[in-house]
Design a protein around this ligand. Structure first.
Ligand code: ZN
Ligand code: ZN
Length: 352
């Protein structure tokens, strides 16, 4: 098991995994309360009686059903097996829990902070995971196409978001991967706008950022459409962002650093003096979580590898005018990149 090798490198004899997406990745368990104890003797999943049936259905490793808090039981097992050092996910476990575990284990057991270890395994997707992400992306794009047929002036942002969420589920997603963003007019200048009761109007831009969660795997896409004929200024911004997005996608290949990809987008906007309106990073990994490593940002030296699935999503946001972001989910292949998102990137005009 690759994780044991990594534990070795951390000089830990065991790891107690608590971050649920990591538990799911390593064991297959999808419930909401679990600790996965991993050592040279194998893995044991600790959960509570609500998940008795489910855990036995989902998990290959041994399962321990615990009434009450899980940690005392895990600590008992660590003591029984005389495991000298146990790694905990330092960036995921609440400080109070860390202290509690230290107290339960006593001075004989050393706790080692572990960070990003399972996440780095997760950053390179298996063929099965890639197949699931493809489905998630398809559902996401189909839902958008279905909703756009119904969008018209007078509809609220909230109604558009509700329709998108409804259609994603109707098409097979278990949920939206994150709170669907629908922002109309000047509100599109807020990169993470929550949908409001604001009604869509004619001659306005409409920004939609949505993702499906399908069998646990996220997709992520942003499109900007226009209600009525767009003016020159918004068309200019759209063209600039599209060019930046295409250049960033062209920079995606094995061996390229995340910083290289970010610079491809940022440089394209800089040429048009629009880089100051591009206020976030170019993208992020996604999978069991909507934001995973690697982050596609200016100082990130992480090198892209085949099997990584990332987003490419440059944007420009002009206060009191509006914003444009174009986002695709893409796969790093052996030779370059495959754009998974099938939705058109032409500036779609919805007739009013
Ligand atoms: Zn997004
Ligand atoms: Zn995103």
């Amino acid at each position: 098991m690759r994780l044991l090798h990594l534990l070795d490198k951390q000089k830990a004899s065991a790891a107690a995994i608590t971050h649920l997406p990591n538990v799911r990745y390593l064991s297959g368990f999808t419930g909401s309360n679990a600790i996965l104890l991993i050592s040279g003797r194998g893995a044991t999943l600790y959960t509570d009686p609500r998940y008795d049936i489910q855990a036995h259905q989902e998990v290959q490793c041994s399962v321990r059903i615990v009434r009450g808090p899980l940690w005392p039981e895990v600590a008992r097992e660590i003591a029984k097996r005389r495991l000298p050092t146990v790694a905990l996910e330092a960036d995921k476990i609440p400080h109070a829990n860390w202290l509690e575990v230290a107290k339960l284990l006593g001075k004989g057991v050393k706790l080692r902070p572990m960070q990003g270890v399972v996440e780095s395994l997760r950053s390179v997707k298996s063929p099965g995971e890639i197949a699931t992400i493809r489905q998630s992306v398809q559902v996401n794009s189909k839902a958008l196409a279905q909703t756009l047929k119904r969008v018209k002036p007078g509809m609220t942002e909230l109604a558009v978001a509700a329709d998108l969420d409804y259609r994603m589920r109707g098409l097979g997603a278990e949920a939206a991967a994150f709170e669907t963003i629908v922002a109309s007019g000047v509100r599109s200048a807020l990169p993470h706008a929550r949908p409001t009761a604001e009604k869509l109007k004619n001659d306005q831009v409409l920004l939609i950022d949505m993702g499906a969660s399908l069998d646990g795997y996220a997709s992520d896409m942003t499109r900007v459409v226009h209600l009525g004929k767009p003016g020159a200024r918004i068309r200019g911004l759209y063209e600039a962002v599209l060019e930046a997005q295409l250049q960033a996608i062209a920079a995606v290949k094995p061996g390229a650093s995340c910083a290289d990809v970010d610079e491809a987008a940022r440089g394209a906007l800089r040429k048009r003096k629009l880089d100051r309106y591009f206020t976030h990073s170019t993208g992020h990994g996604l999978g069991l979580e909507i934001h995973e490593i690697p982050r596609i940002g200016a100082k990130v030296e992480t090198v892209l590898q085949p099997g990584m699935v990332i987003t490419i999503e440059p944007g420009v946001y002009v206060e009191d005018f509006g914003g444009v972001r174009i986002e695709d989910t893409v796969l790093v292949t052996e030779t370059g990149v495959e754009v998974l998102t099938p939705t058109t990137k032409e500036f779609v005009v919805l007739a009013s």
